[in-house]
Write a protein that binds this ligand. Structure first.
Ligand SMILES: Cc1cc2nc3c(=O)[nH]c(=O)nc-3n(C[C@H](O)[C@H](O)[C@H](O)COP(=O)(O)OP(=O)(O)OC[C@H]3O[C@@H](n4cnc5c(N)ncnc54)[C@H](O)[C@@H]3O)c2cc1C
Length: 460
């Protein structure tokens, strides 16, 4: 008889952990899952879901303004933050309950406790209880970090606390240039706050295509957001009801809150993993192979804690693939190439595949098709905004290897384009597809002129 209490112990009930637990259980495994905070993890409690609800809220201000050009008279709309937050909280609680009942329905035992490793088969709970498990899955996610210690850093908040603010701040300094910083800048600006975004790099959204970075930065500036690149926050000083933020060039900005969104670190602190032989790679995540297995044969890790591609659908896919591999008799590696993704900024971004720069580094000949145009709705609303679209094509095979969109519903668009790109779509396939008129998306299949043609051979 087995000397294990359970077949699988999952540490962390977020996107990856919950999926792995329920699928493993459906294959007949006896599964226990520990959660130290709230079931659902980052995505449900303090990430994608509440954030997207705030995004929806923030976009009404444009809609009210735009309506005038279409003949509507909207009497001065007012916004009340506590109503929004109470409604968001209620939806988050509903989802948390739904996740919890799913675990229950799949006979997964939920333990509301922190769990750490004692040895490769033993997990210790906060109350000292020890559980012996044949297999352990670490799905503890990631946590915001604040960078090097600066004077007054204790006054800064992260995106976690943004969902708990009692009132809408009038003036906000946000440090960071990644998608979370950019999204919160646009959310708060849409709700009426005055935003200064401070980023140490030369442009926001490092890793995204340069054209799309420039486009979004200009659009954000056009919406009144101050984007200050090449600087960092050097100190935060309380001054009465406000804070004075000193930047690296000694300039100062007064605001009601200061938010840091400079990155997230894998949750590995105090887990006891090093002592059992689990390794941390140079980017701070747990080192795993394509099956999410650590060098310790019975210990696996999925999701943000591995710091591969830190997105909810990826964590879910990794959790599912782990369960298929270990309990379903179907070894399933996870393909991390061509993951479509959205940035819920204003305008929204949808991207997949290589940036132009990455394509040029990897392919001998690259064809670029790009367009920027005023969306039809803006003709009557008078809004000063443009849509941007770009296709990156491998000149040798005609395959579309990158697509970058800034404009309304870009996230929805890139989900569908993602299927085609994953199937190896060519530019000729785009050209052969009939346009849907009148839409913005039709521009994707009507771009004929190469914006730039680059041949590495010619350049060398
Ligand atoms: C503001 C924000 C917006 C985001 N927006 C998007 C988006 O639009 N789209 C998208 O795809 N992704 C988005 N993400 C990223 C997404 O939320 C994460 O990639 C995803 O939640 C990772 O899932 P996970 O299972 O790895 O970890 P998590 O969901 O973080 O779950 C880990 C869980 O483990 C628990 N835990 C940690 N340590 C222990 C322990 N020792 N014992 C017990 N429990 C423990 C934690 O409390 C947590 O509940 C966003 C993230 C943030 C912060």
């Amino acid at each position: 008889m087995s000397d294990h209490d359970v077949d699988l112990f999952v540490i962390g009930a977020g996107s990856g952990g919950v999926r792995a637990a329920r699928v493993a259980s459906s294959y007949g495994a006896r599964v226990m899952i520990a959660e130290e905070h709230r079931v659902g993890g980052t995505c449900v409690i303090r990430g994608c879901v509440p954030k997207k609800l705030l995004v929806y809220a923030s976009r009404f201000s444009d809609e009210f303004e735009d309506a005038a050009g279409f003949g509507w008279t909207v009497p001065g709309p007012t916004f009340y933050w506590p109503t929004l937050i109470a409604n968001v909280d209620r939806e988050v609680a509903r989802l948390e309950a739904a996740y919890t009942s799913t675990l229950d329905r799949f006979n997964v035992t939920l333990i509301n406790s922190r769990a750490v490793l004692e040895d490769s088969h033993t997990v210790r709970l906060t109350n000292g209880t020890r559980v012996r498990a044949e297999t352990i899955l670490i799905s503890t996610g990631a946590w915001p970090h604040y960078g090097p210690k600066i004077p007054g850093i204790e006054h800064a908040m992260s995106s976690n606390e943004a969902f708990q603010l009692k009132q809408l701040p009038k003036r906000i300094v946000i440090q960071g240039g990644g998608y979370i910083a950019v999204e919160f800048a646009c959310i708060f600006a849409g709700l009426g706050s005055q935003i200064t975004l401070v980023y140490r790099g030369e442009n926001i959204l490092r890793g995204f295509d340069d054209d799309i970075r420039e486009h979004l930065r200009n659009e954000m500036r056009g919406r009144g957001i101050t984007v200050t690149c090449g600087h960092t926050v050097a100190a935060i000083e309380p001054a009465g009801d406000e804070f004075v933020t000193r930047l690296s060039d000694n300039s100062t900005i007064a605001s009601d809150i200061v938010m840091f969104a400079i990155g997230r670190r894998p949750n590995v602190m105090g887990l006891g993993i090093e002592s059992v032989g689990v390794r941390i790679h140079e980017r701070g995540g747990i080192d795993v192979d394509q099956y999410s297995r650590t060098p310790v044969a019975n210990i696996y890790a999925v999701g943000d804690v591995t710091n591969r591609v830190n997105l909810t659908p990826v964590a879910i896919r990794e959790g599912h693939a782990f369960a298929d591999t270990v309990y379903g008799g179907k070894p399933t590696p996870v393909d991390h190439a061509n993951v479509p993704t959205a940035v819920f900024s204003e305008p929204e971004l949808g991207v997949i595949g290589l940036t132009e720069q990455q394509a040029r580094e990897r392919h001998a000949k690259v064809d670029i098709y790009k367009t920027s145009f005023r969306p039809m709705k803006a003709t009557l609303s008078g809004r000063n905004t443009r849509v941007f679209m770009k296709l990156v094509v491998d000149g040798a095979t005609d395959q579309v290897i990158g697509c970058h969109i800034a404009g309304p519903d870009a996230g929805e668009l890139i989900q569908v384009i993602g299927v085609a790109v994953k199937m190896g779509v060519t530019k000729a396939d785009f050209d052969a597809t009939m346009a849907v008129h009148p839409t913005a998306a039709e521009e994707l299949v009507t771009m004929r002129e190469k914006a730039a043609s680059y041949s590495r051979a010619a350049a060398e």
